[in-house]
Write a protein that binds this ligand. Sequence first.
Ligand code: HEC
Length: 145
Amino acid sequence: MNNALKSLLTTCLALTAIGASGAQAAEPLVLQKVMRDLGSNMQTITDGISRGDWELVEKTAPLIADHPQPPLAEKLRIMRFVGSDMGKYKAHDSETHAQAQAVGKAAKAGDGAGVILAFQKLQTSCYDCHREFRKPFVNHFYGTR
Ligand code: HEC
C-alpha cells in the first residue's frame, strides 16, 4: 500500500471515530424525565375528565403541581444557561404549579366545568414555557439534532 493511501485510510478511521463519539447522544437531563412524567400525568387527567373520575383528577393534580426537581448540580447548569431569563423561567414554573392546584381544587369540588377550564390554563402554562425555552434547552444541552 503506498503512503498516500495509507494516510488517507488513517484519516478516514480517525474521522469515523470522531463521528461515532459525536453521534453518542448527550446524557439526558433529569429534567427530561420530570417532563415526561408531567406529560403522562396530564394524560391521566384527560382520562379522568373523560370518565368524570374527579377523584383520579384530584389525586393526580398534585403530582404536576409539586413535581420533582432536578438535582442541585443540574439546576446550577440550567441556571448558568438560562442566565438573566431565570425570572421568566421560574414564573412559567409557578404558573404551572398554580394552575395544577386549581385543577385539583375544582376536582375536589366535583366541578367538571371548572376542571376543564383550569386544565386548559394548565396546558397553556406548559406551552408558554415550551414555546420560549424548550428548543434552546435541547440545542444547548444535546446539540442540534
Ligand atoms: C418552566 C418551563 C417549563 C414548564 C412550565 C413545562 N416544561 Fe415541559 N419542557 C421544558 C423544557 C426546557 C423541556 C426540554 C427538556 C429536555 O429535553 O431535556 C421540556 C420538555 C417537555 C417534554 C418532552 C420530553 C421529552 O421526552 O423530550 C414533555 C412531554 C413536557 N415538557 C411536558 C410538560 C408538561 C405536560 C408541562 C405542564 C404540565 C410542562 N412540560 C411544563 C420546560 C418546561
